[in-house]
Design a protein around this ligand. Structure first.
Ligand code: HEM
Length: 404
């Protein structure tokens, strides 16, 4: 039983039990106040229809975070990063930068990654078999996406741990509440990451013959968008963003997928008797445990959400986790059903900022789940999972599994 008054909900200080089950807390909130004014004057949105409306109108709902981040980050490397990366810009800058990503994410460019993803997955599964199980996060779900996104950017193998630590520090700085230590670690990470990438880009420019045809670093570094190159800072921050966006989210998608299937053995049996369910399964995993739980926008003019007037300059928290469980969109929303159709989850957002890497993430998930569950139908959980204490990213820290 939840013991809190939904009308007092505060995203800066969530009720006990939120981390274990944000969905129940937000369902209670949606029932009484679907457009809820947070004590700090921001609004918390929990209805699928409201999130859809906001995503679809980038002129009225800006992604530019300068006003939000100035008080939080001051004039700092974190401010520079989070206000320059593509996800936090509005058109026309957004359109110019996003265009540069397109060539890296065409189905043809991505098809080139399928054999590499399959080979990586099989290596992890061989190890799993040899060991009789594994701690899945460290040995599989973190490894796969970081290998793929680092291949995409042309980051050498030996540097991949560095990327993980920097990414974690930079993304943690997006949490609604921050400690001074987290801020300092985040700022240091942005600076170290920039220095690292400057060297990497200089090396690539000096040795262009070493680049793979799919390497995004070269594409971005050489790109001209309407005759306009990215500035050096823009280039560095897009690379940082891609490396961050491209692994942490996918890591959690894989961990949650395995965890949910293990919690629902009937769904493993369903998949094994009908392998055609793999695509809807991936969508259901994304819906059920959205790796990014919250997006934000700021109103550029006075407007309405449902019957609630919203002043200009208001920040809204778009609770993807809640929208993905909205009974107005998903019948029996708390049921994990790998055959669910239609499944219009918002885990990749929607509209002009829709996740540029969504096809890649889906490809990783499809290959990982397909091969894992076909090879080990008797997977089991060895210990209860550990969820990290973060609100924006739903992160599993540890997942011990055995294969027999
Ligand atoms: C399960 C994995 C992933 C999830 C859940 C996810 C989620 C999201 C979401 C919700 C957004 C929209 C943010 C907004 O509208 O404010 C986004 C944007 C983006 N994502 Fe992903 N993402 C994933 C994987 C990836 C991967 C693998 C890459 C690249 C390798 C990537 C690259 C991007 C980029 C570049 C954007 C910015 C797009 C823009 O602003 O136009 N993502 N992602």
């Amino acid at each position: 039983m939840l013991d809190f008054d939904p009308l007092t909900f505060d995203l800066q200080s969530v009720p006990e039990g939120y981390l274990a089950d944000p969905y129940a807390v937000l369902a209670a909130l949606r029932n009484v106040a679907p457009v809820h004014e947070n004590p700090d004057g921001t609004y918390v949105l929990t209805r699928h229809a409201d999130l859809t409306q906001v995503y679809r109108d980038p002129r009225l709902w800006s992604s530019d975070k300068r006003a939000d981040f100035a008080p939080k980050f001051g004039n700092s490397p974190l401010f520079e990063h989070h206000t320059t990366s593509v996800v936090f810009t509005d058109p026309p800058d957004h359109t110019r930068i996003r265009k540069l990503f397109q060539s890296a994410f065409t189905p043809r460019a991505l098809a080139a990654f399928a054999p590499r993803i399959t080979a990586l997955v099989d290596t992890y599964l061989d190890r799993m078999e040899d060991q009789g199980g594994m701690e899945l996060v460290e040995e599989f779900s973190f490894r796969l996406p970081i290998e793929v996104v680092c291949d995409m950017l042309g980051v050498p193998r030996e540097d991949r741990e560095l990327i993980r630590d920097w990414a974690n520090a930079i993304l943690t700085a997006l949490e609604p509440k921050l400690t001074q230590a987290q801020l300092e670690t985040g700022n240091r990470a942005v600076e170290d990451f920039k220095t690292y990438l400057r060297d990497l880009i200089a090396h690539r420019r000096a040795n262009p013959e070493g680049a793979k045809p799919t390497e995004v670093l070269t594409v971005l570094a050489d790109a001209e968008a309407d005759g306009e190159r990215l500035t050096e800072l823009e280039l560095l921050h897009q690379c940082i963003f891609m490396l961050n966006a491209g692994h942490e989210t996918s890591t959690n998608m894989i961990s949650h997928g395995v965890h949910e299937m293990l919690r629902h053995p009937d769904q493993i049996a369903a998949l094994n008797s009908d392998p055609g369910l793999i695509d809807p399964m991936v969508e259901e995993v994304l819906r059920y445990q959205a790796p990014i739980q919250i997006n934000n926008r700021r109103s550029t003019a006075e407007t309405m959400l449902g019957d609630m007037p919203i002043p200009a300059g208001t920040t809204v928290h778009m609770m993807i986790n809640a929208a993905n469980r909205d009974p107005a969109q998903f019948p029996d929303p708390d049921r994990f059903d790998i055959a669910r159709a239609p499944n219009r989850h918002l885990s990749f957002g929607l509209g002009v900022h829709i996740c540029a890497g969504n096809t890649l993430a889906r490809l990783e998930a499809r290959i990982a789940f397909e091969r894992l569950f076909a090879r080990f139908p008797r997977l089991a959980l060895v210990a209860p999972l550990k969820v990290a204490p973060r609100l924006r990213f739903r992160e599993i820290e540890k997942l011990e599994i055995s294969v027999n």
